[in-house]
Structures are given as C-alpha cells and as structure tokens.
Design a protein. Structure first.
Length: 228
C-alpha cells in the first residue's frame, strides 16, 4: 500500500529511508541528518510503499482516485516497522514546478511496479497542487529509469555535463508538462520559456547540492532496475 509521509511515524520514515539508502547507494547514501533535513524541509511531499500484511502479493497496493491516480491510504497500521517500507519517493514544489528529489525501491522489490505506482501518486499530487511541470535529473546511463520516466511522458529538455560526481557522469534534465501546451504564436516573454526552464532546473540543483553534500544528486537515487 502507499502511505504519505504524514501517515507514517517520523522516526519510522527516517529509519526506513536510511536503510534503503544504504542498501541502494552504499557510501553515497544520505546520512541520517541529511534525511531528517530533507523530510522536514518546506514544501516537500513524500510517499512510501509499505508491505501490506493482508495482501503482500500486491506490490502496488495503493488505492486510486477517479482519474486513476494512485493515492495514499486513509489509514496506516501504527505497527509499521522500517523494514516494512519497500520504497519511497518525493518532490519539492516551489509554487511553479515540482522537482523530483528522490526515488528508491529496495532491490528485492524492483521490477514489481512499485516505482511506477509511487511516480503516479507524486504526479497526481503535484497536479492537484497546481504544479505546471514535473522536473527531474537522471544519469544518462540509467536506461531503466529513463525508460520509466518516458512512459510517463517525460521529455529531455537539457543536459548537465559531469553532473554526477565523482564519476563525472552527465545527467539528462527531463520534464513532464502538466498544463496543455500552447501551439502557435507566442509573445517574447513566452519565447523565453526554455531559458526559464534551464534557470529553474539550475536553481533546483543548487538546493539539491546543499541538501545532499558529498553525495550524488538526489535524483540519482532513482530506479536502478525498476522499469515497471
């Protein structure tokens, strides 16, 4: 089942994220302090995939709204433990764009649709908040994650050279428009859209860097093998 951050005990959430970080990213994992800072930061929205004891076979056990968007369950078992959490994902909404900050799924639960369910929930929630676009960065060599994002309609809008350190791997900047596109003549102000997109992504990157010192970009914590 899917549960929002507000539905989980905060200490459980921190411990769960830390455990998944260590499993997935080793020495590049967020520290506990970084995780607390991220989860407590303003305008953050996080969702967690939690094993449902009553129906554990359903990897994407979240509910859905009338539009088909995944939604968090209204009630979550208070006995949830950190190792019950199979995945987590979140974004930062600045009042204009929603920037995907982190997506992680435990290795034992990859390729079961968990990442897709969490992305569906995040996109639906961002749309309900009035976000214009959803932005993210992803390593150019992370083919499974790129394929997943493209299934949701994300398109490449830029490239960040040597973005992921220390390997020096480039990053694709990808965007999903949540508003209808205007086709045809646009004003000079509208013509600056791409430049504005790049500036907005750069602003997001600076926040990511400050929140995740001495580690890869937050969105590097994307799905390594999750393609469904």
């Amino acid at each position: 089942m899917l549960a929002s951050l507000d539905e989980l005990d905060r200490e459980t959430a921190v411990a769960a994220v830390r455990a998944l970080e260590v499993e997935l990213f080793g020495r590049h994992a967020w520290s506990e302090a970084s995780i607390r800072q991220e989860l407590d930061a303003p305008a953050r929205t996080y969702v967690f995939d939690v094993a449902d004891a009553a129906n554990d076979a359903d990897a994407t056990g979240g509910d859905a709204d009338a539009a088909g968007n995944a939604v968090a369950n209204d009630r979550v078992d208070e006995t949830i433990r950190p190792d019950d959490v199979r995945g987590f994902a979140g974004y930062w909404y600045d009042g204009d764009d929603a920037e995907i900050m982190d997506v992680g799924v435990g290795k034992a639960y990859q390729r079961q649709g968990i990442a897709a369910a969490m992305m569906t929930w995040l996109i639906g929630h961002a749309r309900s908040q009035g976000a214009r676009r959803v932005l993210l960065e992803v390593r150019v060599d992370n083919d499974p994650a790129i394929a997943l994002y493209r299934r949701f309609g994300f398109e490449n809008i830029g490239l960040r050279k040597r973005y992921y350190q220390p390997e020096g791997i480039d990053a694709h900047v990808m965007a999903l428009d949540l508003e209808p596109r205007i086709v045809g003549f646009q004003s000079a102000g509208a013509d600056a859209g791409y430049e504005g997109n790049a500036a907005g992504a750069a602003r997001q990157a600076s926040v990511v860097a400050s929140a995740h010192v001495a580690a890869p970009n937050i969105n590097e914590h994307a799905i390594n093998e999750e393609t469904k």
